[in-house]
Write a protein that binds this ligand. Sequence first.
Ligand SMILES: [Zn+2]
Length: 285
Amino acid sequence: MSTRTKTNYKICCPICSLSNKLEKFEWNQYDVIHCKNCDLDYCSEMIEKEVGGDSSPVHMEGINMMADVFFKTGDLANNYAKKRKKIYEQILGKKCINILEIGCGPGVFYKSWETLKVNWTGIDINPYWKKFGEDNNIPIFNTSTESISKKFDVIMAHQVIEHVEDPLSFMKNIKLMLNPGGLIHLELPNQDSFTSKLRRISSTISYDYGFIQPPMHLRAYRQKTIKYLFNNLDLEPKMVFTCSNNDRIWGQVRDYNFNQKLIFTLAGKIGLGSLLIGLAQKINE
Ligand SMILES: [Zn+2]
C-alpha cells in the first residue's frame, strides 16, 4: 500500500492542481467537477476500483469483447503498427527497439510489433489477461508500472488514463520508464466528441455525462487537458488531436460493422471523433 497522503480532488484538480477554477454540478445523483483551467471533467471520489490498483474497473462485457476482437483483427493491428512505427521513428530520430503497452488487454499488437522486429511487452492490472497471454503465447504480465525497471522507446497506454485516479503520478511513472527521447502514446475517449456532446444535453436522456461513465470512467479529457498534462510533466507534446475510432493510422483494433464505420468516419471528418490521441516526447529527465 502507498503511504503518500491522498490529494483531495474535491478541492484541487487532478491534472493542473488548481483549486480556484473548479465548477461543480450534479448529474443524475452524482457530482461532476469541471476545471475551467485545463478543461478536465471528473468525479472527485473513486468508489469502485480494480483489485490492487488506483484505477476504476473494466467490466466483464468489455473484457469478453476484447478477447473476441483478438482473434478477428490481426490484419488491422498489422496495418496500424506499420504506419505508427514510421511516425514513432521520425520523432525518435532512431529505430524503435522496444514498446511497453500499459493496459494491454489481450495484446492485439504483440504479433504485429514482433513481425516488425520491435520487442513488445504488455502489462495489465487484470489477472485475466496474464492467463490469456499464457494460453496464447503472448508476454503479458500482471505487474504494476512501479515494479518495472527496464526502459522503453515507446510506451502505449490506450483507453487507460480515463480510469486512473491520479493521472499525474501515473504519468510520472511512465516518464521514469522511458528512454531519453522516448515517446508516450496515449489514446482515450474525447470529451468533445459527437457522442459525448449528445450525452451532455440532458441528464434525463443520458445517465453518462459524456465520457464520465460511473463507475467505469470518472475522468473525461479534452485536447487542452492532455496538452496541460504533458506540459505539466515537462514532456514535449508532439501530436495532440482527435480522430474517429476507425482512423487509418490511430484507430482502435476493433471489429466494426459498416454502419459504425460510416458514423465514425463522418464524426471524425467534422472534428468530433470519439478518440483523443496524445504523443509526447521525454526531452529532459
Ligand atoms: Zn485543471
